[in-house]
Design a protein around this ligand. Structure first.
Ligand code: F6P
Length: 479
């Protein structure tokens, strides 16, 4: 491995590893499975790269504190390149991650506020915002300290919007990209942010040379916000924003999946074991599958209402279908997420009470995170439902058809970024329209096998475009 300063730096809140303290008190690490990890691993540049991320837990902080300069020893962790984990003070981290990134910026971009009551920006938000600035500053300082001259820096997502501008001040020689994995809010909604906060986020990203988005729609919304909130000069043909004498390129880099490696993983014995169990529970009935973090934007509750409406309005499906709902925990520090998880469980119980019989459970809800079981559910799915109110891309919509052995039909929200490429081969729905979604489920269940097979093949071809490795290279080449 090259020992000089890194020429490529990746900055993200969540890194490629997370640490745990075992029963013997010793630290062990688990490797993350996201697209970013796969993208960097297979990019061919991992050896010249350094990943800078936050310590997310006490175990991570212990690992970071004991590593020389925060640089982790990765021997035996199957992670390529170098990783520096930042042991940010837990209160600062919580204010930045929970108080600003997840409960304000995430909500803005996914249009999640119940606007009669929220957001309400008060003194406690100002304190959280100061910590978000501090957390972004810590990242910028770490990147500035480590980067080789003229290095390229890829800053990820809504947690780190201020980093590009902060880093430019510290190290004007660096080439910096920012990439948003979320949607971007339309300007009228974005204007809910306190004016100075909204402007700082935009100015932060415009500190980059290159700002990337998953779809043209999110890129256009960013341009609209720059024009309206900053009065920046926007070129919609050349896709640039010029602000205070600097020009930032705005580009779209969609993200797909690596079909070959996913299929390989889905063929492993641990997945086969789950297939046998699930098959036993579903019997010869049709399986409608969903797999999500229990996340407000994923619209799980309306999805369940749509299933209930299907069973009520098209009763011939009763006893002939089972809904496998995999909804694993996420962001439980936020009360909205805890309440949402409780609603998912309540509605699932109501459906079971209303329709369940001695011989038929209409719905099986799994609330733990078990990747092999999710793959097993994809494999036996006849119908996949992906109905987010808004989603940057949504990779479940791409993964499930790729490993399905039954040519699954996809019911897909038109508000998911994935709808751009998958929409023509899916049954598309308005995620707020429960009756429309119920009809979509009915259409998918009734779809003729030949049509299902033809659509599924096209879904997989579309999903295979822009695999993580390609996405990573495109972003890097943008610099
Ligand atoms: O931008 C969305 C994202 O960062 C995804 O990459 C990921 O699926 C999700 O949010 C994870 O969120 P968290 O790190 O808060 O669990």
């Amino acid at each position: 491995m090259s020992e000089g300063p890194p020429e490529i730096l990746l900055a993200s809140n969540r890194g490629p590893l997370s640490f745990h303290v075992g029963p013997d008190g010793r630290l062990s690490a688990t490797r993350g499975a996201g697209g970013l990890v796969a993208g960097l691993d297979r990019s061919g540049v991992a050896e010249r790269a350094m990943w800078v991320c936050a310590a997310l837990s006490d175990a991570d902080r212990t690992a970071a504190h004991t590593a020389p300069n925060g640089r982790l020893d990765l021997a035996g962790h199957a992670v390529r390149g170098r990783v520096r984990m930042l042991p940010i003070d837990p209160t600062v981290f919580s204010h930045a991650y929970n108080g600003v990134a997840n409960s304000v910026l995430w909500f803005v971009h996914h249009l999640l506020f119940d606007v009669a009551r929220n957001p309400a920006f008060d003194h406690s938000f100002s304190r959280a915002w100061n910590d978000y600035v501090g957390y972004n500053t810590t990242f910028a300082e770490a990147l500035a300290a480590d980067a080789a001259p003229d290095a390229r820096v890829l800053v990820q997502d809504y947690h780190l919007t201020l980093v590009p501008a902060l880093l430019r001040k510290l190290r004007p020689d660096l080439r910096v990209a920012h990439f948003s994995h979320t949607p971007w809010a339309p300007p009228d909604y974005y204007r809910m942010l306190p004016d100075e906060v909204g402007a700082q986020v935009l100015r932060g990203i415009l500190g980059a040379d290159h700002a990337g988005f998953l779809t043209p729609r999110w890129a256009r919304a960013f341009l609209d916000c720059c024009e309206q909130s900053l009065a920046a000069e926007v070129d919609r043909v050349g896709m640039t924003v010029t602000y205070e004498g600097r020009t930032t390129r705005i580009r779209v880099h969609p993200l797909g999946i690596d079909v070959t490696s996913l299929r390989e993983r889905a063929g492993a014995p641990d997945v086969a074991m789950h297939i046998a169990t699930l098959r036993n529970q579903v019997g010869d009935r049709a399986a409608i599958v969903r797999v999500d973090r229990t996340e407000l934007s994923k619209n799980i509750v309306r999805g369940l209402y749509a299933y209930r409406e299907l069973l009520r309005q098209a009763p011939h499906w009763q006893g002939r279908v089972v809904h496998l709902v995999i909804a694993y925990p996420s962001r439980h520090d936020l009360p909205e997420y805890r309440e949402y998880s409780a609603s998912v469980q309540r509605v699932a119980r109501e459906i079971d009470d209303e329709f369940g019989t001695e011989n038929w459970r209409p719905l099986l809800l799994f609330t733990d995170d078990d990747f092999p079981r999710s793959l097993a559910a994809y494999r036996i799915a006849d119908v996949i439902i992906v109905n987010p109110v808004r989603d940057g891309m949504n990779l479940v919509a791409k993964e499930a058809p790729a490993v399905s052995t039954r040519d699954a039909a996809l019911v897909l929200s038109r508000e998911a970024g994935a709808c751009d490429s998958l929409g023509p081969y899916a049954v598309t729905v308005n995620p707020y329209d429960i009756s429309g979604t119920a009809r979509g489920l009915d259409t998918a269940l009734r779809m003729d096998p030949a049509e299902r097979a033809a659509r599924c093949e096209r879904l997989v071809n579309a999903a295979a475009r822009c695999a993580p490795e390609q996405w990573f290279r495109d972003l890097l080449d943008g610099l």
